[in-house]
Structure formats: structure tokens, C-alpha cells
Design a protein. Structure first.
Length: 131
């Protein structure tokens, strides 16, 4: 998830460009900053996510929802922060991730929802057995 303030989106674009990412669709990466562009893509193309990739040789694709059903500030408050050496990583709550995956509704997202619901069930069960 991304904070859609213009300054933050410009920082995102610079970061993605510096890592060699480019849009999967034939637009400039900086076009994503414009709310008007995102609204037009959503209306005219039915776009749900804006995907960026480093090319065919790198299978990693980053999908950015253009109109997420979860409020960024709310999701940010509910996030978890993980540490990897000196790096701090913000991770969505499982509930917010399930909401986003259901909203995207692609086959893989729906499979992910089932797996996430299984994880959520197991977490609850583990908490209950610890009591």
C-alpha cells in the first residue's frame, strides 16, 4: 500500500526508477503520480493495480492498488514492523491484506485469501491453547 500524497508518490517513482522498474503498461512511471491518470485508467481500462517490473528476466512484479479499499492511515496504524538487520519493514495486518486481496479478485489473490484465512485460524487456535 502506498500513501497517495503527491510528494510520497514522487518519492516512490524515484525509488522504483532507481531500482530499474518500469510499468507493465505503455505509460511513463511518473504518470502514476497523477490522480486524474489513475482515475482514467480505472474507469476506461478497469485497472485495479498498477504493475511495475524490471523486465522478463526478473519475475518480481510490484502491484500498487490505484484505489485501495483500505484507508492508508488506518492500515499504517494496524501494521506490524519487522526488523531484518538494520532494515525496518512495515507489513500490513493480515486482515487488511485479506481485504486487499479480495478486492483485487484475481485467481492468485483469491488463492492467497484462502491461505491467509488458514494462517489467521491457526494463529487464533495457537493463542487459545496458550491460555
Amino acid at each position: 500500500m502506498v500513501d497517495f500524497s503527491e510528494g510520497n508518490l514522487r518519492r516512490l517513482v524515484r525509488a522504483l526508477e532507481s531500482l530499474g522498474y518500469r510499468p507493465r503498461v505503455p505509460v511513463r512511471l511518473e504518470d502514476f503520480v497523477s490522480a486524474e491518470n489513475r482515475q482514467r485508467w480505472q474507469k476506461e481500462k478497469g485497472m485495479v493495480v498498477f504493475s511495475v517490473t524490471r523486465g522478463d528476466s526478473d519475475p518480481l512484479t510490484i502491484d500498487i492498488m490505484i484505489d485501495p479499499p483500505v484507508d492508508f492511515d488506518r492500515a499504517y496504524r494496524r501494521r506490524s514492523v519487522l526488523r531484518a538487520d538494520t532494515l525496518r519493514l512495515s507489513v500490513l495486518s493480515i486482515e487488511d491484506l485479506i481485504t486487499l486481496k479480495r478486492f483485487a479478485s484475481r485467481d492468485q489473490d483469491l488463492a492467497d485469501v484462502q491461505a491467509l484465512e488458514d494462517v489467521r485460524y491457526l494463529r487464533r487456535r495457537m493463542r487459545m491453547t496458550k491460555k
